[in-house]
Ligand binder design. Structure first.
Ligand SMILES: NC(=O)c1ccc[n+]([C@@H]2O[C@H](COP(=O)([O-])OP(=O)(O)OC[C@H]3O[C@@H](n4cnc5c(N)ncnc54)[C@H](OP(=O)(O)O)[C@@H]3O)[C@@H](O)[C@H]2O)c1
Length: 317
């Protein structure tokens, strides 16, 4: 009897199938994105940097949103030099929703049509920190900023139809649920990994509503875990965490180029043109945790997110 993980004789329960999927060979594509406008956030390191390079290699015109001008310029120069593509740069710190609004409006003004939007920028914090807007930082940067940006860019995305939006999520969303009564962790002891998971869950819920709302407009919305890969995530958590990450954690993590390849597949492969509202473990479709798709909660998360970003949508239609 064959008892290898993933065979019919040894199938993991549904909630653990992500472990099995992480071990499967991933898909890639030869499809090209020549001249297609791809907006991507957080390209200065890790997953976003590798995805930007892969998109440029595939001929895409890059529109990057980064918070650090100097690092952003370096990537911009590298992409134009190495791949001969157009690479534009907008600066915004996603902790400040007003900066997200300004970048979103500036992009909308300059680009009438967007083919792909990749919401990648993310952060992990061991300590509870608040954004200038008063939101718990991971929730603000990962969820509220990407939610607002996506809403701001809907008009050019519809113009670009068939167009695609990808939310870079994480299997870490399986660690815990989302407490709508305490989004900013004022009432409970803060746990960084749980706050990170909660932000990713909010993103999954709202991605599903986006997918339903824009079903007839030719804009797809999918969510993906980019793999467990070496990056700078968490490096803002002090020397001990940095040493742990660099010398221990990194031994178990994969090359972020794999994430870039997976993102490219989801952004470019023709087979996915009409696929929407799905969660992918890199390139393999799977079910997210049940509480990330819990009926009743999805609309509540959408409504709350909409209310929180409403002041920054003023005058945007
Ligand atoms: N690495 C993994 O194993 C893994 C696993 C699952 C999911 N993910 C997800 O993958 C995405 C990318 O993470 P990564 O691992 O590549 O981490 P990373 O190397 O730290 O890259 C994060 C990117 O987001 C940017 N960013 C962080 N805070 C920002 C802010 N306030 N405003 C604007 N940009 C900001 C960073 O800019 P700076 O360079 O200026 O800091 C950087 O470009 C995240 O959504 C993360 O949750 C990663």
């Amino acid at each position: 009897m064959d008892l290898r993980l993933g065979t019919d004789d040894m199938k993991l329960p549904r909630e653990l199938q992500y472990i099995e999927n992480s071990l499967k060979p991933q898909r890639s594509t030869d499809a090209r994105l020549d001249g297609r406008v791809c907006v991507i956030t957080g390209t200065t390191s890790g997953v976003g940097y590798e995805a930007a390079k892969r998109l440029a290699q595939g001929g895409a015109e890059l529109v990057m949103i980064c918070r650090n001008q100097e690092k952003g310029r370096q990537v911009q120069n590298e992409l134009t030099r190495d791949y001969g593509v157009k690479a534009d740069l907008f600066i915004a710190d996603f902790q400040a929703l007003d900066e997200v609004r300004k970048a979103g409006l500036a992009i909308k003004e300059k680009y009438r049509r967007i083919d792909v939007l990749i919401n990648n920028a993310g952060v992990f914090s061991k300590r509870r920190r608040l954004t200038p807007d008063g939101h718990e930082m991971t929730f603000g940067v990962i969820h509220l900023a990407s939610f607002l940006l996506t809403r701001l860019l809907m008009a050019p995305l519809k113009q670009g139809a068939p167009s695609r939006v990808l939310f870079i999520s994480s299997e870490a969303h399986r660690f815990t649920g989302l407490n709508l009564n305490d989004l900013d962790w004022r009432k409970r002891p803060y746990l960084g990994m749980f706050a990170y998971a909660a932000a990713k869950i909010a993103q999954i819920h709202t991605a599903h509503v986006f997918a339903d709302q824009f079903q007839g407009d030719g804009v797809t919305f999918n969510i993906m875990h980019p793999g467990a890969v070496r990056s700078n995530i968490g490096m803002n958590n002090g020397l001990i965490y940095r040493l742990y990450s660099r010398y221990i954690l990194n031994l178990f993590l994969k090359d972020p180029a794999e994430s870039g390849e997976a993102i490219y597949y989801l952004a470019a492969d023709p087979s996915l043109e009409a696929v929407t509202g799905k969660f992918f473990n890199q390139t393999i479709e799977e079910e997210p945790a049940w509480y990330a798709v819990k009926p009743g909660l999805t609309q509540a998360v959408w409504d709350r997110s909409e209310a929180l970003v409403e002041p920054y949508m003023e005058g945007c239609g």
